[in-house]
Design a protein around this ligand. Structure first.
Ligand code: ATP
Length: 511
C-alpha cells in the first residue's frame, strides 16, 4: 500500500450526500413527492461540475485527437436495434424477491454460505454484497450457533452467489431482510430496459425502449460517419448522453441509478489478431491518465481484468478500471474488446453492409472495436469522494477550526475563482471588484460574495471547491493595484497586480 493510500481517510457516503444536498450539488428527484428511487437531480453546483467533467472528457477524447469524432444520437431508436444488439433477449439481471418483507435483491449481489460446526451444517447465512460481507456473515454464523446452543468449532464461511444455490438451498437460505429461511424466491431473469410506446396506438407494434447504453447509437450511425467523415481505420466515434436502466436495486447514491449519463467511445480497428491487444492496452492507459488529469489520485484507481470464462462469447477481453468509493472498490470505467459482434449483428438484422473498405490494404472488412465506457455520474461521485476532506485551519482570530473542503482539480471545479470586495459598503472597493469579476466571467464561471467576514467567505468557497479567492482591499484601490489571491488547499496567500490575475488563474486552471 502506498503511503498516500495508507493516510487517505475516505469520507462516508452519508457526509457526501449531506454536503451535496446542503450546498446544491445533487438532490433526490421528486423530493416534494417523497422522492423517486434511482433518480437524482443536479442542482446549480452539481450541474456545473457535471458539465465540466463532460467537457474535459470531450476535449481530451474528441478535440485533442485527430482520429475520434463525436455524435449525438437519439435516446429512442428503432426497436430492432435492441433485438440485433441482444438487449431484448439478454439484457437481464437475476432478481430475487423476499415474499415476506417484499424486498427485492439482485441474485448476483446476494451471497450465502452454509454454517458448519465440526463438519455438520447447522443452517445458512446470507448477506448483500459489500466490502464487509465476510465479517458480517461471520457474525451471523456466530449468532446462529449461539442461538442453537451448538458446541464445537465453527468452520470458515465460504460465500457463494445466490445464483449458484441449488433448488434445495433456496428454501434454507434466510432472507437478509427477516433473517428467516423460506421467503426467498428462486432467481428470475429481469430485463432492465424501460419500455415505452411510440405513436398513438398502444399495441405490440408500437413497443419501443429507452436506450440502456449510448453505444448502439454509435453502431447504427457507423455507415453515416464512414460515408461523410473522411475517417480511416483506426478511428473512433464518441458520444455523451443519457442511458436508462430499470435497476433492480438502485443504490449508493448516484453510483447505480435508473437514469444516468454515459461517455462512450467505439474505437474501430483492423480485425487482425495483433491489433486489438495493443489498442486495448493503450486504451486502458489513456483512460487512467484521463482520470488522473481531472484530479483522481492514482492510488484510488485499480484494474479488474475479467477472467476468460466470464467473458461473453464474442468478447476478447474486458478490464474495468475500479475506484475506491466510500462503500468499497467498484467499477468506474469498462474497457471491452467486442470484436465485430455489434456491427456484424446490425449487418445481419438491417441487411445493410457494415464493411469498411481499407484503402491501405485494398480490402473490405467489418472492423473490430474496443469500447471504453464510462458513467458521468459515477465519475462525479469518484471526483467528490477524492476531493472531500476535513482539515484544520486557523480562523480570523488565529484559532484552529475544522473546515470541510472539496479539493477539486481547478479544471473541473464549479467555480474557478471567487471575487470579494473587502467591505460591501465601500463603493470604490465594490466597483473595482465588480470590474474584475465581470472580466473573469467572460472566460470562466466565477463566484461573487460580499456577505460576512472574509474568513467566512473563504469557508463557504472551500466547501464548494472554489480553488482561488481574490480579495480587493484598500491597497488595491489606494496603493498599488494589487489583490490578494488565497489558495484553497494550502490557504496561502499571494499578492499580484490586478492586470495579472487572468493569466495567473489561467496557468493554474489548465495545469
Ligand atoms: P454493473 O455490472 O455495475 O451493473 P455494467 O458492467 O452493466 O455495470 P456497463 O454496461 O459496462 O456497466 O456500463 C458502462 C458504465 O456505465 C459503467 O462502468 C458505469 O460507469 C456506468 N453505469 C452503468 N450502469 C449504471 C447505473 N445504473 N448508474 C450509473 N452509472 C452506470
Amino acid at each position: 500500500m502506498s503511503d498516500e493510500k495508507a493516510q487517505r481517510k475516505l469520507p462516508t457516503l452519508e457526509s457526501l450526500v449531506t454536503l451535496c444536498k446542503r450546498r446544491g450539488f445533487i438532490f433526490q428527484s421528486s423530493e416534494i413527492y417523497g422522492g423517486y428511487a434511482g433518480f437524482f437531480d443536479y442542482g446549480p453546483l452539481g450541474a456545473e461540475l457535471k458539465k465540466n467533467i463532460k467537457d474535459a472528457w470531450w476535449r481530451a477524447m474528441v478535440h485533442e485527437r485527430d482520429e475520434i469524432v463525436g455524435i449525438d444520437s437519439t435516446i429512442i431508436m428503432h426497436p430492432e436495434i435492441w433485438r440485433a444488439s441482444g438487449h431484448v433477449e439478454g439484457f437481464n439481471d437475476p432478481m430475487v424477491d423476499c415474499r415476506e418483507s417484499k424486498k427485492r435483491y439482485r441474485a448476483d449481489q446476494l451471497f450465502f454460505s452454509p454454517v458448519k460446526v465440526d463438519g455438520n451444517v447447522i443452517g445458512y447465512v446470507s448477506v448483500e454484497e459489500s466490502g464487509t460481507m465476510q465479517a458480517e456473515a461471520g457474525e451471523k454464523a456466530n449468532e446462529l450457533k449461539r442461538k442453537q446452543a451448538v458446541q464445537g468449532t465453527l468452520e470458515a464461511i465460504e460465500l457463494k452467489e445466490y445464483t449458484e444455490a441449488s433448488p434445495e438451498e433456496y428454501a434454507l437460505i434466510p432472507s437478509p431482510a427477516t433473517g428467516k429461511p423460506g421467503s426467498l424466491t428462486p432467481p428470475r431473469q429481469f430485463n432492465l430496459m424501460f419500455e415505452t410506446q411510440v405513436g398513438p396506438l398502444a399495441d405490440a407494434s408500437s413497443k419501443s425502449y429507452l436506450r440502456p447504453e449510448t453505444a448502439q447509437g454509435i453502431f447504427q450511425n457507423f455507415k453515416n460517419v464512414v460515408d461523410t467523415g473522411r475517417v480511416k481505420i483506426p478511428f473512433g466515434i464518441a458520444q455523451i448522453g443519457k442511458a436508462f436502466r430499470n435497476e433492480i436495486t438502485p443504490r449508493n447514491f448516484i453510483f447505480r441509478s435508473r437514469e444516468f449519463e454515459q461517455m462512450e467511445i467505439e474505437y474501430f480497428i483492423d480485425p487482425d489478431e495483433e491489433t486489438w491487444p495493443r489498442v486495448y492496452q493503450e486504451w486502458i492507459e489513456t483512460c487512467k491518465q484521463w482520470l488522473y488529469s481531472i484530479g483522481i489520485p492514482e492510488d484510488m484507481v485499480g484494474e479488474d481484468v475479467h477472467p476468460q470464462e466470464k467473458l461473453s462469447h464474442y468478447s476478447k477481453g474486458t478490464t474495468d478500471l475500479t475506484f475506491t468509493f466510500p462503500f468499497g472498490t467498484q467499477e468506474l470505467w469498462g474497457i471491452a474488446c467486442r470484436g465485430n459482434f455489434d456491427l456484424g449483428q446490425h449487418q445481419k438484422h438491417s441487411g445493410k453492409s457494415m464493411e469498411f473498405f481499407d484503402e491501405a490494404r485494398k480490402e473490405k472488412y467489418i472492423p473490430h472495436v474496443v469500447e471504453p465506457s464510462l458513467g458521468v455520474d459515477r465519475t462525479l461521485l469518484a471526483v467528490l469522494t477524492a476531493a472531500y476532506c476535513e482539515d484544520e485551519v486557523p480562523n480570523d482570530k488565529g484559532v484552529p477550526e475544522t473546515r470541510t473542503v472539496l479539493k477539486f482539480h481547478p479544471s473541473i471545479a464549479p467555480f474557478k475563482a471567487a471575487v470579494f470586495p473587502l467591505l460591501k459598503n465601500k463603493e470604490e472597493l465594490v466597483g473595482t471588484a465588480r470590474e474584475l469579476y465581470r472580466k473573469l466571467q467572460r472566460r470562466w464561471n466565477v463566484a461573487w460574495d460580499v456577505g460576512g467576514a472574509i474568513g467566512r467567505r473563504y469557508r463557504r468557497q472551500d466547501e464548494i471547491g472554489t480553488p482561488f479567492c481574490i480579495t480587493i482591499d484598500f491597497d488595491t484601490i489606494e496603493k498599488d493595484q494589487t489583490v490578494t489571491i488565497r489558495d484553497r488547499d494550502t490557504t496561502e496567500q499571494v499578492r499580484i497586480h490586478l492586470d495579472e490575475v487572468e493569466a495567473w488563474l489561467s496557468e493554474r486552471i489548465y495545469a
